[in-house]
Write a protein that binds this ligand. Structure first.
Ligand code: AP5
Length: 207
């Protein structure tokens, strides 16, 4: 089964993805994580993506589709796509790469997104995700898991968060109807606790 996690920035897609990978063994493809790795490496792709990401805009569809096509290859694994597709054109491209069986739509209001993302901190070394309000590290600024330094993503400043939310409404929200019409969309109340979000998603996957 191939699953898509759809929802605004800060809906909790990455947090849910880690739990679903642990429970069901999906291969996790987060286009945001791949792009951040490329930016950190200073590759050609990273240099191209950096400006779009810092402004809270989408990286061009053909770049994203090329990246996903390369990751999926001709593997027969079950994939969990996180933050992809983000436009109808990406969804059309994805159809030619692998079939999608289930789309989990994480629904959440804008103010909760701003609250969560302004307080998010990420480990520079292992990528672990913290929240200063709901899930703080034991020692401020230090990762509980690996001792790495915690940082705030450059796109987690309030004005960029609001821009990302607008971009989501304009370019990604049409995917809700697109997948609903295909009969594969399941709505998740993402404003609940991480455990409750996980159980709604696990129930949808188990059918
Ligand atoms: P990307 O990295 O995909 O960012 P995003 O979609 O904006 O999502 P986030 O990572 O910000 O949030 P999330 O939903 O994963 O939430 P999280 O679990 O971290 O993309 C970044 C950029 O890359 C884009 O803006 C774009 O430029 C580019 N890009 C990426 N993919 C692209 C594509 N397909 N096409 C074009 N461009 C693309 O949780 C957030 C916070 O809330 C954390 O602190 C967490 O601890 C906390 N939290 C999570 N769940 C809960 C809960 N249930 N209750 C309380 N707190 C919670």
């Amino acid at each position: 089964m191939n699953v898509v996690l759809l929802g605004p920035p800060g809906a909790g897609k990455g947090t849910l993805a880690s739990r679903l990978v642990e429970e069901f063994g999906f291969v996790h493809i987060s286009t945001g994580d791949i792009l951040r790795e490329e930016v950190a490496k200073g590759s050609e792709l990273g240099r191209l993506a950096k400006g779009y990401m810092e402004r809270g805009e989408l990286v061009p569809d053909e770049v994203i589709l090329g990246m996903v096509r390369e990751r999926v290859g001709d593997s027969k694994d079950c994939f969990l796509f996180d933050g992809f597709p983000r436009t109808i054109s990406q969804a059309e491209g994805l159809r030619e790469i692998v079939p999608i069986h289930l789309v989990l739509y994480l629904k959440i209001p804008e103010e909760e997104v701003v609250r969560r993302l302004s307080a998010r901190r990420v480990c520079r070394k292992c990528g672990a995700n913290y929240n200063l309000i709901t899930n703080p590290p034991k020692v401020p600024g230090v990762c509980d898991k690996c001792g790495g330094e915690l940082y705030q993503r450059p796109d987690d400043r309030e004005e960029v968060i609001r821009k990302r939310f607008r971009v989501y409404l304009e370019q990604s929200a049409p995917l809700i109807d697109y997948y609903r019409k295909q009969g594969i969309l399941r709505e998740i109340d993402a404003s609940r606790s991480p455990d409750e979000v996980f159980s709604q998603a696990a129930e949808a996957i188990r059918g």
